[in-house]
Design a protein around this ligand. Structure first.
Ligand code: PMV
Length: 357
């Protein structure tokens, strides 16, 4: 037995985590270096849109190469394995034992494929939490939640915000403990009126996106509005932090919709320009705005990098808004599909209380 082998506390085992996805209000769009955001972002973590991941690990007697397999919903997934190889190369310095172990990763989602819910956010958050737990079982060292968030970021930027429940921000902002490498939880600075925010996700189309977020981020590099966008996101971050603190729904609606439309405006004005919106996305946007005007209720939309619309509203308006969605908006969705979700409390080791900030 060599020294390295002796230092490992555990040579085989299995860990399991579930992590929800998140929806950004101030959008991360554009990156530099290795997954460093060009602007701060703010999101809340969902409750029902969850990825379950298990990682089985086995010591390989000093092989000195990373050995892993990945199955999604029971089927091997070579495309995702390629992405994982890049991810593992990025985190090798933080988790050097990876070169001495064989990993079998299994993952499944509670939400439909290509539903516009960011599965990379929930997947890499769940995987980062699993790897941190394996790290603890192998070395006895407990990694802090900031390190776990940092690991998740190296898989998918937005994933770093999913390792916490509630409201989170990622990227350097006016908050003294904010950071470009990991997200921080801001629940202690959020008014109760935003702690039960609802998100009904209208699935306008579940077709594969014509342009991936990775390409979209790259197109921001030479974008004519790059400097303006970074400034806008910084201002919206500061404004939203204040709005969340005060419970100001009117201003929340203004910032949220401006961010969603700006994101899609940036896509349209990239070179080459493109749009991910569907005619029905715009119809829904118009109907939400009309309904808000007529009924004087707090309701707004946000849109991620796709055609699907997230309808946001407070719990107190749930009945009225769900009726409106069913009667007036669902017909613009693919197969009338609407996924009702809401703010949730973050990841869990399966069967164990969730990770908290
Ligand atoms: O984490 P990525 O690389 O999939 O980028 C996500 C970008 C948006 O979803 C459009 C915005 C965000 O902040 O989540």
């Amino acid at each position: 037995m060599n020294n390295k082998e002796q230092t490992y506390l555990s040579k085989s085992g299995q860990v399991n985590y579930q992590s929800p996805s998140n929806i950004a209000i101030v959008k991360y769009w554009g990156k530099t270096g290795i997954q460093i955001p060009v602007n701060p972002s703010i999101s809340f973590t969902l409750k029902n849109a969850v990825t379950h991941t298990s990682v089985a690990y086995q010591y390989t007697k000093g092989n000195n190469t990373l050995d892993f397999s990945f199955a999604f919903e029971g089927k091997n997934n070579p495309d995702f394995e390629k992405k994982l190889q890049v991810f593992f190369d990025r985190i090798m310095d933080t988790l050097p034992w990876l070169n001495e172990y064989k990993l079998q990763i299994n993952s499944e989602n509670t939400f439909p494929h290509s539903s516009g819910i960011a599965s990379s956010a929930s997947s890499y958050s769940a995987l980062a939490l699993c790897l941190a737990k394996v790290h603890f079982q192998i070395t006895g060292e407990e990694l802090g939640i900031n390190t776990v968030s940092n690991i998740a970021r190296l898989g998918s930027g937005s994933a770093c915000r999913s390792v916490y429940g509630g409201w989170n921000t990622w990227g350097t902002s006016s908050l003294p403990n904010s950071d470009d490498e990991y997200a921080i939880n801001i629940d202690d600075q959020v008014h109760d009126d935003f702690k039960n925010i609802q998100d009904s996700i209208l699935i306008v189309s579940s077709d594969k996106k014509s342009i991936s977020s990775t390409v979209g981020h790259q197109l921001m590099k030479n974008h004519p509005y790059q400097a303006g966008r970074i400034e806008q996101a910084k201002q919206n971050t500061n404004a939203l932090l204040d709005v969340l603190k005060k419970g100001n729904w009117a201003k929340f609606i203004e910032i949220t919709e401006s961010e969603a439309l700006s994101l899609h405006g940036l896509m349209m004005s990239s070179t080459p320009g493109y749009t991910l919106l569907h005619p029905n996305s715009l119809k829904i946007v118009q109907l939400i705005r009309e309904f808000r005007e007529q009924k004087n209720v707090n309701i707004c939309f946000t849109i991620d990098a796709g055609p699907n619309i997230h309808v946001l509203y407070p719990l107190s308006n749930k009945k009225e808004i769900e009726e409106f969605i069913e009667n007036s908006l669902a017909k613009y969705c693919s197969n009338n599909v609407v996924i009702n979700d809401e703010l949730g409390f973050g990841p869990n080791e399966t069967g164990v209380a969730g990770a908290k900030s």
